[in-house]
Design a protein around this ligand. Structure first.
Ligand code: SF4
Length: 339
């Protein structure tokens, strides 16, 4: 039987997942798990680069993230879900890889460059807030990938420079020590970016404009009632433009059957915003109902989550150890091992 290719994907545990994540990445992973051997990294070490003074936040988020995955249909029989800090081989390989990339090259990495510019703007201290850990992030990401010999990495266009950096490091390693590691390829996809309730281009945990997969019906209704609409509509029978209304935008995602009708009525001034929002909130709550119900099961059975994370991490660690043994053998630093 032909071996399945290894796909690696993951998230930083910084909070619960929202509908932006669902349409942007989870739906894609549900397809990937049917086709590939899928590794899902819960990148707690990466999350700590921004939360080093608040590890409790990361600790809580790990379990919330795992619950979100499983509630959405990520199958632990088909996917290996694991915690980054519990695979010491990743940290070990990061140290080795750090000798294969220059500081100048890291500073030129377009993704890093953009984030440094954002930090400078935010903190205004000419980059003094940039830590060694942050600059080295592409190196640790290369280790995340290479230690599992992952062949395919699902990314958006903007993440391509990060994958290129990994490929460079792997090529350099292989040219020094012989064919050891797999050079990964980017699996470029169009991952829809879902706008926030406030009309912001991005739905974000910290932006206060997100509907979380775990939100109750009441929470969903409350949030939808506050969504930004076409501000030119004052009275119930004023015609409006649903294309510039966030409620119209979400109707497209959640109200397949009635979306055409909603848009036509809105344009003709035949529907009020309150009724329109209530209908949308009901449709979103209905859409997310199976996820919420599954989540309630995991909330009541936390030991199931623990077992899935422990089993996944053990499986991942076994694979990482095998790769590290090969690496050390080829580097000739497998001291005292009889060959
Ligand atoms: Fe938006 Fe609906 Fe109001 Fe039209 S009727 S502006 S789509 S909330």
């Amino acid at each position: 039987m032909e071996e399945k290719k290894i796909v690696l994907t993951g998230d930083r545990p910084t909070g619960k997942l929202h509908i932006g994540h669902y349409f942007g990445s989870i739906q894609n992973r549900l397809k990937l798990q049917e086709q590939y051997e899928t590794y899902i990294l819960i990148a707690d070490v990466q999350a700590l680069t921004d939360n080093f003074n608040n590890p409790e936040k990361v600790r809580t988020a790990i379990k919330e993230l795992a619950k979100d995955y499983l509630s959405c249909g990520i199958d632990p029989e088909k996917c290996t879900i694991y915690i980054q800090s519990m695979i010491p081989e990743i940290a070990e390989l990061t140290v080795f890889f750090s000798n294969l990339v220059t500081v100048a090259r890291l500073e030129r990495n377009p993704t890093v460059k953009t984030e440094i510019a954002q930090k400078k703007e935010l903190f205004g201290n000419n980059g003094e807030s940039i830590t060694y850990g942050f600059l080295g992030y592409p190196v640790s990401q290369a280790a995340d990938i290479a230690v599992f010999n992952a062949e395919l990495i699902p990314v958006g266009e903007d993440q391509l420079p990060m994958i290129e950096q990994t490929r460079e490091i792997v090529r350099k390693f292989n040219s020094m020590y012989g064919d050891t590691l797999v050079e990964p390829e980017a699996l470029v996809g169009k991952f829809p970016r879902i706008k926030g309730l406030d009309g912001n281009e991005k739905m974000g945990k910290s932006l206060g404009n997100a509907i979380f997969l775990s939100d109750s019906e009441e929470e969903i209704q409350k949030k939808v009632m506050g969504a930004v609409t076409d501000t030119s509509k004052i009275k119930k029978d004023d015609p409006a433009n649903p294309e510039i209304c966030m409620v119209g935008y979400y109707h497209k995602l959640f109200s397949n059957d009635s979306c055409k009708e909603v848009f036509a009525e809105c344009r003709k001034g035949e529907r009020g915003c309150v009724q329109c929002k209530k209908q949308l909130a009901k449709n979103i709550a209905e859409y997310l109902r199976p996820i919420r119900e599954k989540r309630a099961y995991y909330d009541n059975n936390p030991e199931v989550i623990d077992k899935i994370l422990i089993d996944g991490t053990n499986r991942a660690r076994k694979k990482a150890k095998e790769t590290m043994e090969k690496i050390k053998k080829n580097m000739r630093i497998n001291y005292f091992v009889n060959e």
